[in-house]
Design a protein around this ligand. Structure first.
Ligand SMILES: N[C@@H](CCC(=O)N[C@@H](CS)C(=O)NCC(=O)O)C(=O)O
Length: 277
């Protein structure tokens, strides 16, 4: 159990893929809100059936056959049915609202209308990074092995790891084919320009209202996907594999500096490489 605010009676089980930026969004906001949670690691492909079982889905349910992504939060409150949150933004909204209502000192309501557009922009950048990764990994499976293969898989004979990862990359490319096709560098560039605009119109430290918010969390994670910091554990396209993403932010030193400052000051230890997993 991660440490946090012990007064919350709801227990949170977070099904998560460490290294995935969408999981990072949920972990960071839960930590920031001081909400305790139990992390249940999810391994793509291997855990697909287990995940459906966990959510109470069976083959005769239509949802069983649909695409599921992580993070997913299962909220258990005594004497109430479990609640399942299937999206990082829903988890964030729940976490912020819960911590605000539990905190005696805070009188501020969470203004989701200011945070939602930033979350959408972060997805634009993350999907751009994922599309680039899929492109690299389909031409050179070694990139997928380097980034995605869990430690137990790397111990298998090389030919077996190569076969498994080739299949995994195909499934992954198929699962996100719509997002990959729609992703455009011009739109990703506009998203980065919006960060610059927000920093210039404020004091340059935070995106919304000159204070740290979920907007900074999601955009710092998204920018880190394109310009990775060595200390952060996050799936990214490795620099040595040539791709569109390499140097995508070369004209945005200010945005990279802002991202590094946010990570340095606010990113929890559990998202850093030094954390034993
Ligand atoms: N809208 C979702 C998107 C999450 C998402 O895309 N998750 C991907 C991260 S790569 C995932 O679950 N990957 C694991 C898999 O595809 O099996 C959210 O924000 O929670």
């Amino acid at each position: 159990m991660e440490k946090g605010n012990p007064t919350i009676s709801t227990t949170v089980e977070l099904i998560s893929l460490l290294g995935s930026p969408w999981t990072a969004k949920a972990l960071w906001i839960l930590h920031h809100c001081g909400i305790p949670f139990h992390r249940r690691p999810f391994e793509p492909m291997v855990d697909e059936v287990w995940l459906r079982y966990k959510l109470g889905l069976w083959p005769w349910h239509r949802r069983f056959w649909s695409r599921l992504t992580v993070p997913i939060a299962i909220l258990n409150t005594p004497n109430q049915p479990s609640r399942i949150l299937l999206d990082s933004l829903d988890i964030a909204e729940w976490a912020m609202t819960t911590s605000t209502s539990e905190s005696k000192s805070s009188d501020k309501a969470v203004d989701m209308s200011k945070l939602r557009p930033w979350n959408a922009l972060s997805d634009v950048l993350l999907e751009f990074g994922r599309a680039a990764f899929v492109k690299v990994a389909t031409t050179d499976v070694q990139a997928a092995i380097d980034v995605l293969a869990p430690p137990w898989m790397k111990k298998l004979p090389t030919f077996l790891v190569t076969i498994i990862m080739k299949v995994a990359v195909r499934i992954f490319a198929f699962k996100y084919r719509n997002e990959n096709q729609q992703s455009k560098s011009s739109v990703a560039l506009e998203a980065v320009q919006k960060i610059r605009g927000a920093l210039r119109s404020g004091k340059g430290q935070y995106l919304v209202g000159d204070q740290f918010s979920y907007a900074d969390i999601v955009m710092a994670i998204a920018v880190n996907g394109l310009s990775p910091s060595d200390e952060v554990f996050q799936f990214t396209v490795p620099r040595k594999y040539d791709s569109e993403v390499s140097d995508f932010l070369h004209d945005f030193e200010d945005v990279k500096e802002w991202k590094n400052a946010v990570i340095k000051k606010h990113m929890p230890q559990m998202l850093r490489k030094t954390t034993p997993s």
